[in-house]
Design a protein around this ligand. Structure first.
Ligand code: SF4
Length: 320
């Protein structure tokens, strides 16, 4: 069995705003093995993108990591200084950012943007960097001619492929993809998902796939984590989480996916996620949970290991 690549322990990321402290990620722990793919799902505002940015040490002010450790390949990212972080970003961990349209710099050619990390991290000449970049473009299904183009000259799908090429250029051990198919039409979405699957086979990097779309996670992830209001409420093998969801929130999310077969009606989770400046006491899901008990309203549920590698934070599974 492969060894642990990433170990995230009790990570808390807060934003110190003028109207209060937003507890965007509040005590998240999980582990990822070499070559493993973890899908992280949850509604908008549940903290999944903040967690992704935290793993790269890219939390913008007024946010910061206030507690916990993020150990990637033996290095605690949460303790690194900005200059040290710059050395490991792209080289050890990279990100396919949400919205390729905004992530690429509009005033530089694709070639310039792909060559830059190779010049800075590997010390290659511009000519050598462009040769490597051209090869990587071919790997993601684009022609080397794209190097001369500006982002506005590319379609949404091409821009996303450029972002993926950029994330893979330095052969990082971990690639984080934040909503990589949002804003793409379904045909392009399918192509991008196939590209991720191919990359997975060939490059063998570990990946974290952040999305609100559970069906995408089911396609690619070995392991699935579900976040709600800054907490990882359930995590386990994708087979177990999709086959037998335990947390009432996961159950609600899965019941809200349209199905082609069967007579099961789509349902939704009533209410809205809480304001993370003032999350509800006890279990943060209790105002929306059909099974809420007295204890849920006052005490936070512990993380319960229901089987090896499978945890759920819910009082329904606590032995009392
Ligand atoms: Fe529902 Fe209670 Fe479980 Fe929270 S701890 S999900 S409120 S049953």
């Amino acid at each position: 069995m492969s060894s642990t690549l990433l170990s995230v322990s009790d990570v808390r990321i807060y934003y110190y705003t003028l109207t209060g402290i937003v507890r965007a990620v509040d005590g998240v722990s999980f582990q990822l093995r070499e070559g493993e793919v973890l899908g992280i799902a949850g509604e908008s505002g549940c903290g999944k993108s903040t967690l992704g940015y935290g793993l790269l040490g890219l939390i913008p002010p007024p946010g910061r990591i206030v507690r916990g450790s993020i150990v990637l390949d033996g290095i605690d990212i949460a303790k690194l200084k900005p200059a040290e972080l710059r050395k490991i970003r792209w080289a050890k961990v990279s990100m396919v950012f949400q919205g390729a349209m905004n992530a690429l710099n509009p005033v530089y050619t694709v070639g310039h943007q792909l060559a830059e990390p190779l010049v800075l991290h590997k010390g290659l000449s511009v000519k050598e960097s462009l040769e490597v970049a051209a090869e990587m473009l071919k790997r993601v299904g684009l022609t080397p001619e794209v190097l001369k183009r500006y982002p506005h000259e590319l379609s949404g799908g091409m821009k996303q492929r450029v972002m993926i090429a950029m994330a893979l250029l330095l052969k990082p051990r971990l690639v984080i993809a934040d909503e990589p198919t949002t804003a793409l039409d379904v045909v392009i979405q399918a192509q991008i998902m196939n590209l991720f699957k191919e990359i997975r086979q060939v490059e063998k990097n570990a990946m974290i796939f952040i999305t609100h779309d559970l069906s995408l996670i089911a396609e690619i992830a070995d392991k699935t984590g579900v976040m709600y209001a800054g907490k990882m409420v359930e995590i386990g093998s994708s087979e177990s989480v999709f086959g037998n969801p335990l947390h009432p929130y996961t159950q609600g999310l899965l019941r809200s996916i349209p199905r082609l077969r069967g007579k099961e009606k789509i349902t939704w989770i009533p209410g809205v996620p809480p304001d993370l400046r003032m999350p509800p006491p006890g279990c943060r899901f209790h105002p929306r949970c059909p099974y809420a008990m007295d204890i849920c309203r006052s005490e936070e549920p512990p993380e319960i290991e229901v089987e090896k590698g499978r945890t759920v934070s819910c009082w329904l599974y606590a032995k009392r």
